[in-house]
Design a protein around this ligand. Structure first.
Ligand SMILES: Cc1cc2nc3c(=O)[nH]c(=O)nc-3n(C[C@H](O)[C@H](O)[C@H](O)COP(=O)(O)O)c2cc1C
Length: 188
């Protein structure tokens, strides 16, 4: 697949199944991530790899703990639903912006954007390898219980959970809006 086809054809895939992506496929994902634009060469990226049912189950427990922390009377059924969120893929990569605050020329926001670009590159690298992937966040990404459980540092920002696996079914065709609808020529 050539690069421009990849750029215009990528889709998020929410229904994912095993087998787990191989070590070599994962390495390819991370290598793509490291090509993210990076102001000041700070390399503000950290990837937490959660692979396999046992590890994903542990993340699910953490999600459920976070839910129970906020809603002590949450029903077991609701907690089970929250726990199951982490079982939607055989591999989850938590993409963390390892922000170095107080950089004179590189605001925190730029470091977070760089980590977002790394996440985006991983989605493409997944697609290019025939894998499916989807970027998810939600309130759990910022939740203190989840942050603590994953061991992220004070200034770290979790920019997303990338759920990665093999597509479990057909992939929806891409929408194809006119790109010029998003473009303004300036001045007038
Ligand atoms: C920062 C970020 C967070 C997102 N969080 C979620 C999420 O929590 N749940 C979800 O269903 N989609 C989420 N999405 C959207 C999906 O990743 C995806 O882009 C969307 O379903 C559209 O699919 P497409 O990428 O094939 O166009 C998020 C996207 C971004 C960029």
């Amino acid at each position: 697949m050539d690069a421009l086809t990849l750029l215009s054809a990528r889709r998020s895939v929410s229904r994912l199944e095993g087998p787990e992506p191989s070590e070599s496929q994962c390495r390819t994902l991370y290598r793509a991530a490291l090509r993210a634009p990076d102001h000041g060469a700070l390399r503000p990226w950290h990837f937490i790899e959660i692979k396999g049912e046992g590890a994903c189950g542990r993340l699910g427990d953490l999600f459920a703990d976070a839910e129970q922390h906020d809603t002590p009377d949450a029903t077991p059924r609701r907690l089970e639903g929250t726990r199951a969120k982490a079982l939607r893929a055989p591999l989850i990569v938590v993409v963390v912006a390892r922000v170095q605050p107080g950089q004179p020329k590189i605001p925190d926001q730029e470091q977070v954007i760089s980590a977002g670009c790394a996440a985006h590159a991983m989605l493409y690298a997944a697609h290019a390898q025939g894998l499916g992937a989807i970027w998810r966040t939600g309130p759990l990404a910022a939740h203190p219980v989840v942050r603590r459980g994953l061991g992220v540092r004070e200034h770290d920002v979790i920019v997303g959970f990338l759920y990665i696996g093999h597509p479990a079914g057909p992939i929806k065709p891409v929408d194809d809006p006119d790109p010029m609808d998003f473009v303004e020529r300036w001045p007038g």
